[in-house]
Design a protein around this ligand. Structure first.
Ligand SMILES: C[S@@+](CC[C@H](N)C(=O)[O-])C[C@H]1O[C@@H](n2cnc3c(N)ncnc32)[C@H](O)[C@@H]1O
Length: 396
């Protein structure tokens, strides 16, 4: 088996050197004590987020975040306006639903439309590359951080390398190595996704707001909660914050994702359990959980996996328990499929590494969940702008 250094050929600093650099939360609390550090933050925190360890790195990420906001705001508005004009110039209504091939033919040579896409994709590529390069160059230091947390509490970590089905190895969002193929996938995802949130999620406030909107079982009893596809554990932690007395589990197919999530929880003193397990085969007993939640996982799995995961949620929930999947809207919840929306979904699928986005969008997810025997309510408030929610109760 490769050890952690030969993996990268890194000549990173020793743990002692790392410890001497440590600042921030843990170091302040532990000043003179002989401690095992699992926190290598060097430049303090911004909210709950450990600042990136070098100003240059942080500064470039700030630039990329600002650029992303520009692309998502003004550039996209300009592109959408130009898109409508092109349709009108060619005799179509501005919100017409026309075939993709025709859409490409009409817009492919327009620099305003295409630059909004290319600008977005390039920003995504640069964001990932920069953080991946940093964590690979400092591999020893961050392996040491994770190793030190692996067997520490509060909470727990279970890793099951080798369980990853082929479909989970895709580089979703063009993240290099994807969720499963890079030992630093958790770190890379955590800092990269920060850019996705436009610099407004340093305190995980997005997931805190989402957790507040999750509907509880009609009988109000919440003792155990499961978060499927928990990634770096942002929603899992938010659920624990909302229900501090509950036993909270986050599972994900990506070992590096839950390993990072656990490291973060140890650092923050959060009693949350993480396991590398499949959402379609969670290994939990029947009727075990009061709530099963998921946030933006379903559009990233195959239709076959979606079916299996819904059946698994039904199995592990107790009668009267709530399944609360949150993701892009489909079916009755979906917005009108205008040409611009169709084009945007297509390039997200094609250039942002979203292989199942179209497949997901073509199903009515509410009806699908109901077909597994859940009592479904699709009138619950949206989880977040752009994302819908479904409250599904397992019949008592
Ligand atoms: C977009 S991320 C989820 C974000 C996360 N829920 C949050 O609140 O930040 C999707 C996650 O689903 C995980 N995933 C994909 N297929 C899975 C499966 N079959 N079982 C468990 N996790 C899966 C991926 O590894 C990835 O971490």
């Amino acid at each position: 088996m490769l050890d952690r250094r030969t993996l990268f050929g890194a000549t990173a600093a020793t743990t002692a050197f790392v410890s001497s650099l440590i600042g921030g939360r843990k170091a302040k609390a532990a000043k003179s004590a002989a401690v095992t550090f699992n926190d290598v933050e060097e430049r303090g925190t911004k909210g709950r987020l450990e600042r990136l360890p070098a100003l240059d790195l942080e500064s470039t990420q700030d630039f990329l975040t600002g650029f992303r906001n520009l692309v998502n705001g003004d550039m996209r508005r300009l592109a959408a306006k130009r898109f409508s004009e092109i349709l009108e110039e060619n005799g179509y209504e501005k919100d017409a639903d026309i075939p993709l091939e025709k859409i490409f033919e009409l817009v492919k040579d327009d620099h305003r439309v295409m630059m909004s896409v290319r600008g977005w994709v390039s920003n995504q590529q640069l964001t990932w590359k920069q953080v991946q390069d940093y964590f690979h160059a400092n591999a020893d230091k961050y392996f040491a951080e994770m190793e030190s947390a692996d067997n520490s509490g509060p909470g727990s970590l279970e890793l099951n390398p080798g369980i990853e089905p082929e479909y989970t190895k895709h580089e979703i969002h063009i993240q290099p190595g994807g969720y499963t193929g890079d030992p630093f996938a958790g770190y890379i995802n955590y800092y990269g996704v920060n850019n996705f949130y436009g610099g407004s999620n340093y305190d995980d406030e997005v997931q805190a707001a989402i957790a507040e909107r999750v509907q509880t079982p009609p009988d109000g009893m919440v003792g155990r909660i499961l978060d499927l596809g928990c990634a770096t554990g942002r929603l899992t932690i938010a659920m624990k914050d909302r229900f501090p007395d509950a036993e909270v589990w986050g599972i994900d197919v990506g070992g590096p994702m839950v390993r990072f999530a656990h490291t973060r929880c140890v650092d923050m003193g959060k009693d949350v359990h993480f396991a590398q397990r499949l959402a379609e085969e969670t290994k939990f007993p029947d009727n075990h959980f009061d709530m099963v939640v998921s946030y933006i996982m379903f559009h990233e799995v195959t239709a076959d996996a979606q079916d299996k995961i819904i059946a698994e949620a039904m199995r592990v929930l107790r009668p009267g328990g709530v399944f609360f999947p949150m993701d892009f809207r489909t079916g009755k919840q979906a917005a009108t499929n205008t040409a611009y929306r169709k084009f945007s979904t297509w390039w997200d699928h094609r250039w942002n590494g979203e292989p199942w986005r179209f497949e997901y969008a073509s199903r009515d997810f509410g009806d699908l969940v109901a077909s597994y025997g859940f009592e479904v309510d699709e009138t619950v408030p949206a989880a977040r702008r752009g994302h819908g929610a479904i409250m599904a109760v397992k019949p008592a």
